[in-house]
Design a protein around this ligand. Structure first.
Ligand code: ASP
Length: 593
């Protein structure tokens, strides 16, 4: 018995359906698959489109056959050219057909819950309920195979760079990376819980202390967070860590893996990934996840309106957004954009339609008559605007002006995330903290194992929001692909960061004593990164949701319509775990409460 990967031949079939062509004419073939369509021509002829994962081929059967859609069959026949004029250019096998067929039913099937075609619009809950049928569609076949190609390329890139694949535990202890965790009750230690890892963060750092030098894993991570297009409870990351490295080494290793993966599926190697400081990203795009495809960056008009008499522009920062070719934007649309800007936190939105008047470039705007010539010229120059464009402006605190216009930039010129081109960018030099929480403690921006910038250690308590960190992100088309950092490898610095976050020494010891203990036994300087494989695959596949590149995803509400999970467990299992479920309060009878 042989089974050849190259041709798809097995003991049951000679090869795959979708790969037959004129070179096979005259060949006797045996094919296995699902009945995609069946058309009868009178009593003496039936056309059966046979489908497997590689595509469709038309089979011609003399006489009638008792088969229906999605029956699993084996068809034997001879490849021949289709009669002239009957070719189907939409099919990879459209120049040929299999003639003189005999059909053997391997397994009959009930009528499918929906047609197995990409074109069919099917409710997602139904697709997930019958995912095994949905998976037969070409789109999911292509996406899952593309995903495998991406993972293969990542593995090869990491192996080539001397990384060693190590598996880390799924039953683990809490790690604070900002997300809610899934708890797993322990039977042997009743009342105690493992948690499923948000990421292998601490395990990979301990591997560095253990001298592994360069670790990677295509790791499943679990976070109990609300689900979105780019978020599932469980997701897959390329997780890596390396010793004796600086930021640039890590960026180099990860770039290699990402570019290899992109090349493996698109056939083209993207250009070297550019870098942008966090400050620059906020200033130019209003976000640390800039979508470089969505038109030009924000212009800084603060200098133009320095000392202006125009009230609306008397603010710490005036930012401008050029909308190329937006000069014809209607008044109603501009009013809607103004409302949107206000909803996003701005006091208002100034707009300038750039027009040609008497052979010169002029501004069409209610504010125009209040502007001086220098302001008019300065605005046009700073925004690099030409006749036919629209310029939007917001004046406010720097963060607000940038954030509001950055969001409007996406709303006027944004494109679906999966649409090309693919614009990667590294965001570097993140601040250590994001802001303050209700208790007055600084909120960590990445995670507490990130090394603060060496010059800023003394600011940890004095002025935490001014502390820079050694963290970096990778962004693709406005989606955060992943993050990483150079880590703290000294127990004293780790203790200072925990303290700055408002953690008492006892709390830090109880939660992370094992990590700080390891740091006392010879921890090398180290750093790493993790990027979302689901997100990268979705974008490379041109999809808008990671659910399209995951074999068995959960719905938006976290349910699995196929298995019915999550479900209650048997009382006997609960007893074994020492768990009593506090039943949710019953719904009040109608008319009350
Ligand atoms: N553990 C981090 C995360 O999952 C990534 C890293 O710092 O390596 O986001």
């Amino acid at each position: 018995m042989t089974s050849s990967e190259g041709t798809g031949a097995t003991s049951m079939r000679t090869g795959r359906c979708g790969e037959l062509g004129v070179a096979d004419v005259g060949r006797k073939v045996r094919l296995c698959g699902w009945v995609a369509h069946r058309r009868e021509h009178g009593e003496h002829l039936a056309f059966v489109d046979l489908r497997d994962h590689s595509g469709l081929v038309q089979c011609v059967v003399d006489g009638t056959v008792d088969i229906r859609s999605e029956y699993v069959v084996r068809i034997e026949g001879t490849v021949r050219r289709r009669p002239e004029g009957m070719e189907n250019p939409a099919l990879s096998t459209g120049e040929v057909e299999v003639g003189d067929c005999t059909v053997e039913v391997l397994n009959p099937a009930e009528p499918p819950p929906f047609v197995v075609e990409d074109r069919a619009e099917v409710d997602e809950a139904v697709r997930l309920r019958y995912r095994y049928v949905d998976l037969r569609r070409p789109r999911l076949q292509r996406n899952l195979r593309l995903r495998a190609a991406v993972c293969g390329a990542i593995r090869r890139a990491m192996d080539r760079q001397g990384f060693c694949e190590v598996e880390t535990p799924l039953l683990w202890a809490p790690t604070p990376e900002g997300a809610r965790e899934f708890a797993v009750p322990s039977r042997l230690h009743q009342g105690s819980f493992y948690v499923l890892p948000q990421s292998p963060q601490l395990a990979k750092q301990l591997l560095m202390v253990g001298g592994m030098d360069r670790y990677y894993q295509i790791a499943r991570c679990l976070r109990d967070e609300d689900l979105r297009a780019d978020r599932q409870f469980e997701f897959t990351q390329l997780d890596m860590e390396a010793s004796f490295v600086t930021r640039d080494d890590v960026l180099g290793f990860v770039s290699e893996a990402v570019l290899d993966a992109a090349e493996a599926v698109t056939g083209e190697r993207p250009a070297t990934i550019e870098r942008m400081s966090w400050e620059n990203a906020i200033d130019r795009y209003g976000t640390d996840k800039p979508d470089l495809r969505a038109g030009p960056p924000l212009a800084d008009l603060t200098g133009v309106f320095d000392g202006t008499a125009v009230r609306a522009f008397q603010a710490p920062a005036v930012k401008g957004l050029r909308v190329e070719g937006g000069g014809g934007t209607s008044r109603a649309r501009l009013d809607a954009l103004t409302e949107r800007a206000k909803a996003l936190g701005a006091k208002g939105l100034a707009w300038f339609r750039v027009v040609e008047r008497d052979g010169a470039v002029a501004l069409d705007s209610p504010l125009d008559r209040h502007l001086g010539d220098a302001e008019r010229g300065g605005l046009l120059a700073a925004a690099e605007a030409a006749a036919g464009d629209l310029v939007l402006a917001v004046a406010d605190e720097h963060r607000t002006s940038c954030a509001v216009l950055g969001q409007l930039r996406l709303e006027v010129a944004g494109r679906p995330v999966g649409e090309g081109p693919h614009r990667y960018v590294w965001i570097v030099e993140f601040p250590m903290f994001d802001g303050m929480d209700a208790a007055g403690n600084p909120v960590i921006a990445h995670h507490p194992f990130t090394m603060p910038h060496g010059d800023d250690l003394d600011l940890l308590t004095a002025d935490p929001l001014a502390v820079r960190s050694e963290a970096y992100d990778l962004v693709l088309n406005g989606w955060e692909l992943g993050s990483g950092s150079i880590r703290i490898h000294r127990a004293d610095i780790q203790a200072r960061v925990f303290a700055a976050m408002g953690m008492t020494a006892e709390e830090a010891e109880a939660r992370f004593g094992f990590l700080m203990g390891a740091f006392r036994y010879g921890a090398p300087p180290h750093g790493g990164f993790a990027f979302g494989v689901d997100r990268l695959v979705a974008i490379l596949a041109g999809e808008e949701s990671i659910r399209e590149v995951i074999a068995f995803p959960k719905t938006q509400s976290g349910a699995d319509p196929l298995t019915g999970a999550p479900k209650p467990v048997a009382p006997s299992s609960l007893a074994e775990l020492g768990i009593r479920v506090v039943a949710p309060a019953p719904n009040p009878p109608p008319g009350q409460g």
